[in-house]
Structures are given as C-alpha cells and as structure tokens.
Design a protein around this ligand. Sequence first.
Ligand code: AHG
Ligand code: MN
Ligand code: MN
Length: 339
Amino acid sequence: MVAEEIGTTLSQHIIRTQDKFPQASGRFTRVFNELATCGKIISSYVRRAGIVEITGKQGTTNIQGEEQAKLDVIAHNIFMNRILKTGLIAAVSSEESDEIIEAKEEFSRNASYVISTDPLDGSSNIDVNVSVGTIFSLMKRKTPIGERCTKEDFLQPGTAQVAAGYILYGSSTIFTYTSGHGVYCFTLDPTVGEYILSHSKMKIAEAGNIYSVNEGNRKYWDKGDQQLLDYFQGNHADNDKPYTGRYIGSLVADFHRNILKSGIYLYPRATKNGKKDSGKLRLLYEASPLAFIAEQAGGLATDGATRILDIVPTEIHQRVPLYIGSKREVELAGKFGQE
Ligand code: AHG
Ligand code: MN
Ligand code: MN
C-alpha cells in the first residue's frame, strides 16, 4: 500500500475511483454505501450469534431444498430492505428466494442495475462460531428502465458484471470488491464503524501449495478429480512434499484465505445413483462474483473446462462445478479433467 492510501475509508476509495472512471457515476457510491451498511448490520448479528436467538434452523427450505438457518433469512431480509430502496437497484436475485424480487415502483423509476446475492454463505458454520460471508454481483439490467425486470436481466455471463464482492465475517469483518480495476479489501474498524483499506490491489500468487475441497465426496467424483487429489497429496518437484489441505466449508472464507496464501478451491461435480450433477455451488451468486475477483487478482476460475465468466446462465439458481484460485493449480485441474 502506498503512503497516501493508508487510512482510506471505503467511501473515500469509491469516490476517488469514480473520479478516475466517470462512467461509473455517483450512483455507484450509493449502491456501495448500502452494501457496506448491510455488511455492518449482518456483522453485528453474527457477532452476537450465541446470545440472541439466531442460531439454528429456521424450519424452512429454500428453492434448492436446503434447510435455511435463521441467519440466512435475517441476512436476506436485511439485504432486501436496504438494497431495494436505493432507487438504483431494480431487482435482486437471492439464494433464499425462488424468484427475483423487484423494487417497488417508487424505487425503480431510474434503477438501471440488478444484484445477485448469497446473503449468507457458509451458514452451517454460524452455530459453531466459524467464518461466514455475504457475496454480491452487480450488473446493468437488460430490460429498459421503468419496465418490469425479468430473469433475463440476471441471465448474463459473468463478463457483464460491473462490480462484485464479498463481506467476510471472520476474525474481523472485511469488505472485498472489484469493479474491474483491481481488487481492494477493507477491514471494518468496529471502534469507529468504518471500513479502512487493508489490502490494495490484492494479488494471488501464480502457483500455490494449498488445496481446499470436501474430500469426503471423493468417491462420487470423476476420475480426473480423484487423480488431481492424488497429485496434490503426492510429492512435488518444487518442494518435495504434498500440498497442504485446508477446508473451512464457507466458500468465501476458503477463497479469501487462498487469495492471501495462494492455492486452489474446488467443488467438483459428483455422480450419485448413476446421475451426474453439476456441482453444488451456484453460478450467479457464488462462482461468478468470486471468479471476477480471482481474475482481477491474477488468478483463474473454471468449471474444469470453461472459464466461469464466459458461461451464459440459463437459470438464476444454476449450479456449476468450480475450480478457483492460483493459475497453475486451476490449469492443472483442467488438464486432469481432460483425462
Ligand atoms: P450456503 O451456506 O450459502 O448454502 O453455501 C455453502 C457452500 C459453500 O459456502 C461451501 O464451500 C460449501 O457449500 C460447503 O459444502 P459441503 O458442506 O458440501 O462441503
Ligand atoms: Mn453459499
Ligand atoms: Mn447462503
């Protein structure tokens, strides 16, 4: 970080970035301020998880048949209540809602953006005091301003993202984002309630020695993925020892660690009862925003064969296999996948 960046707040940074890229316009600042506030509110719930009644299951399932945790629903509601009132976001697509949710007419007259979000990623970790996060992806809508939004506004490839980011509720709360001009990470200073720049132009090393995967699923994987794991667990010419395995089970936390320490996160497809699935992670609000950040940090993200950002979605809750992180390891995964 250069001297003049020290102490920069998230809002200062966004305003300065906008001055450099006028096409972003002042609207961007308002969206980011609101996202940042959502992060502060969700963070305050997470920090009190054991003492207020928010751990445990909600008793409902989402569109994907997954049990919702109480905090999944709280985070989703916080997000919707704030983001859809900015006057800039016409609709949101959330992991916790079957359909897209549109802003009320009074807030959508001039709204030219849509957001896809995973309001709480890694929610099974909330009850055990392990890091969770929020992921977001911002795009320009395709339908004309003033008209009703449709799914088509969301079914755009990751290359259409205007900005993407995540808020990680870890040992500290951090806000990481890219708008296509590098990756910036801000740490929430709880004593003043501001996000302060902590990592400027974040980069992931070209090669790493960490792999992050749920190995318990190994028997369901394709042969190539099993061989990739064997490779990671073997000895290597560069340091004559196996890779290190690290798996938190919150994509956002595993991804953040791997950016800083380098390596690969993978969630391969699985075959169960003779049926091959498309992986577990969702393209629009998990894979795609993190792929944008990975590439901006100098890394890669693929589904094993295709660049994540090039995939044109057909469903808002579409799943995709994910290999993301350091270039060398993601390319390697692609080679094993071809065998
Ligand atoms: P979510 O809590 O938003 O449903 O996401 C959970 C995801 C991801 O965060 C994590 O890496 C992965 O699921 C863990 O899955 P396994 O428990 O199958 O390893
Ligand atoms: Mn998730
Ligand atoms: Mn989630």
